[in-house]
Design a protein around this ligand. Structure first.
Ligand code: HEM
Ligand code: HEM
Length: 177
């Protein structure tokens, strides 16, 4: 087995783009727009829709990962680093899912489904700081950013320094040797 399942490959790169965009726009446009700005509703509508799609695709991806065969984890000759690489992959799944759930919890506690999608016309709360999952959402977003930098850095190290063709494993093509 030389490559991941094609569905996992497609989901990996689609989700990478969506998640990185979500982190950048969430941390800039969304977080910096005041709740009494009329644009906030649009920003929340886009952020929450995108976040829920990410959650659904991430769960589909987890199911695909658990039910398809994959190449053996890359061996770089150091037991600790090999373990770290594997732990990193599971950490990415866990943190993305926890991030989405903490966003959903914040939104639910603040009554956002009705305000943002239901057109209830009720005003937004002054800010979301009063809702405990909001702090978790911010911290998890930061943690995910750090994990992604480490993950992408490791991928580039494999490609340019170790030159072991790791990227081919996360691309389409013949899967059996
Ligand atoms: C939001 C961003 C990302 C997430 C959540 C993510 C997550 C993951 C996960 C969980 C795996 C293990 C395979 C699996 O179980 O699905 C993986 C593999 C991989 N990722 Fe990412 N990734 C992201 C972004 C990137 C970026 C930007 C790069 C490129 C620099 C990259 C390069 C790779 C490569 C080459 C593999 C294959 C590793 C192997 O063969 O073991 N990823 N990624
Ligand atoms: C992977 C998916 C997601 C990413 C990358 C993401 C990212 C972010 C980021 C970076 C922030 C700003 C954090 C800060 O400045 O402390 C934020 C805020 C927020 N997110 Fe998410 N989020 C995601 C999913 C969700 C989901 C699914 C929901 C709700 C259904 C949601 C609701 C919110 C809310 C209500 C805020 C607060 C906005 C504010 O304080 O003005 N997020 N998100």
């Amino acid at each position: 087995m030389t490559r991941y399942h094609p569905l996992l490959v497609a989901l990996h790169w689609l989700l990478a783009a969506m998640i990185i965009l979500g982190l950048i726009l969430g941390g800039t446009v969304l977080a910096e727009t005041a709740n009494d700005d009329p644009f906030k509703l649009t920003a929340l509508r886009m952020h929450m829709s995108m976040g829920m799609i990410i959650l659904a695709l991430m769960l589909l991806r987890l199911a695909t990962r658990l039910t398809t065969r994959k190449p053996p984890h890359s061996d770089i000759g150091n037991a600790l680093l090999n373990w770290l690489g594997q732990a990193m992959h599971w950490a990415l799944y866990c943190v993305v899912i926890a991030l989405c759930l903490s966003g959903l919890a914040t939104a639910t506690m603040a009554g956002l489904p009705g305000i943002v999608f239901g057109g209830s016309g009720a005003p937004l709360p002054a800010d979301f700081a009063a809702f405990p999952p909001r702090a978790a959402h911010g911290a998890l977003a930061f943690l995910l950013g750090v994990l992604i930098l480490g993950h992408a850095g490791a991928g580039l190290w494999h490609h340019y320094v170790r030159r072991d063709g790791l990227f081919r494993r996360m691309w389409f093509g013949q899967r059996e040797e």
